[in-house]
Each structure stands twice: as C-alpha cells, then as structure tokens.
Design a protein. Structure first.
Length: 164
C-alpha cells in the first residue's frame, strides 16, 4: 500500500487533505518536500548520489514527510532512512521555504561533522555519499553533473549564513 502524505495550500499551510504516493494531486493542493544541506567544519557539503532508476543524480538528503509528520519530523525520517543517521537532536535552521506552484518546500541547514564510514546508505535509493567543497560543486555545474537548480540550495544557504 502506498505511503499516505499530507497536502498543503499555496501558503504552505497544512490542510486536512491527504494523498497516497503516486496519486494525482488535487488542483490547489501541494505536497511538502523537505531537504537538508549538511555542512562539515571544513566547509564541505554532504551530497548523495541517487540510484540510476531514480535519475542517478547528485543531491541533498530530502523527501516527502509522511502523513502526520511535521516537516522537521519528515527530514529526521529521511536522514534516518537514506543515511542511517539519527538527527533527532540536531539544530535544524530553516533557510528557505515556500510554494512554487508544484510543491511546497522547506529547506534546512545543519552543521555536522560526519564520518562517511558511519553512514549506512539506503541501497534502494542511493549509490554513494561524498563531501564536496563549493568549488567542486561549481565545477560539477560546469561539467553538467549538477544543474543551476541543484546548486542554488548551496548558494542560498551560504548567502543566508553570511547574513547572520
């Protein structure tokens, strides 16, 4: 049976409506997408590579909260499922949110040093994880391994942190 998820309005307010993963979403309602940018003390960003059946691209940890989960609970679940890490006591900083006409989204940031050997990837979702510097990420855009949308989350978080 497909996973049940909450639906949100155009202002990112949770409604009393839900949908099943894979179902058509009713007009005027939006699923919530949560993502977390993880940066270590060296200024590197943790990226994960999706399996080929899910596009095979590099990205940050994220997904859709299950019905009844808050966005924070949803990102904690995603980190646990995809990386095998417990982030329940982390200090998540919300740095971007909104509704883009397709999805509502919340983008979080966490400073955390993680030994890659402590990660247990979800093999149905990912093939590898790796730390990347901002210069490496920009080079990945130049070589078309990342697109402008993918790197924008790193640029946004850096701009946000520089304003603090």
């Amino acid at each position: 049976m497909a996973e049940l998820r909450d639906l949100y309005d155009k202002d990112s307010n949770k409604t009393d409506k839900t949908y099943r993963k894979g179902d058509l979403i009713p007009l005027g309602y939006y699923p919530m997408v949560v993502m977390v940018v993880i940066r270590n003390s060296n200024g590197e960003f943790l990226m994960q590579k999706r399996v080929e059946t899910k596009g095979g691209d590099w990205g940050v940890t994220g997904g859709h909260p299950k019905a009844g989960e808050t966005p924070i609970e949803g990102i904690i679940t995603e980190v646990k499922e995809e990386l095998g890490l417990d982030f329940s006591n982390e200090n998540f900083i919300l740095y971007d949110s909104g509704c883009d006409g397709k999805d509502c989204y919340k983008m979080y940031f966490v400073n955390k040093d993680i030994d890659l050997n402590d990660i247990t990837i979800q093999k149905e979702e990912l093939t590898e994880v790796k730390w990347f510097s901002m210069d490496e990420l920009k080079h990945m855009v130049d070589t078309h391994e990342l697109n402008e949308d993918q790197i924008s989350c790193f640029i946004k978080v850096c701009n946000f942190l520089n304003k603090k």
